[in-house]
Ligand binder design. Sequence first.
Ligand SMILES: O=C(CO)[C@@H](O)[C@H](O)COP(=O)(O)O
Length: 217
Amino acid sequence: MSTKIAPSILSANFSILKEEIEDVIQGGADYIHIDVMDGHFVPNITFGPVVLSSIRPLTDATLDVHLMIEEPDRYIQEFADAGADIITVHVEACRHLHRTIHLIKEAGVKPGVVMNPATPVEMIKPILKDVELVLFMTVNPGFGGQVFIPEVLEKVQQAVKWREELGLAFEIEVDGGVNEMTAKQCIDAGVDVLVAGSAIFNEQDRQGAIDKIRNHE
Ligand SMILES: O=C(CO)[C@@H](O)[C@H](O)COP(=O)(O)O
């Protein structure tokens, strides 16, 4: 199956967000990746459920909502009501990860777990059977346009092994510094979904940019 591409709207032009989203959908995007930042868990602030609810009517594509916020339990229902298809929460931000993942499920949304580059992969093993997506950050979260951290791919390979051994079906996604150069290493390691912000939105030809990442040539 071909690798899925999830353009991160963090690098889009927010003054024409509707056109930006339509452009990447037309260009072949599979998911739209939506980075929610609270200025506490990460040193940046973006947007919340109100903006998500304005994006929802624009597309049937999967809205992949990445919560980079402290105590995400407080906002799960609001993001579910606003139209999220997937909600991912950071293992580092959840005191009771199992409870949070089940709150997402109960809200009718696909649950995912995310980890930062320096977090050991063993932290997510107990929750793998409960999630539909595992997201490995390949930069420290907070900003677009950073440099890819290749060591994270060892964690991707471990997750691929566990998925086989445990007979599970979660998708594996990476986010940060993904471009036509780094995409090949990710795909070779077993990644299913590539999030890319600047490598897509900084290009005029979004379809060309998406094709280059997906086909990594
Ligand atoms: O979550 C984040 C950053 O925290 C990402 O989704 C970035 O938006 C990716 O941007 P690029 O590294 O692809 O420019």
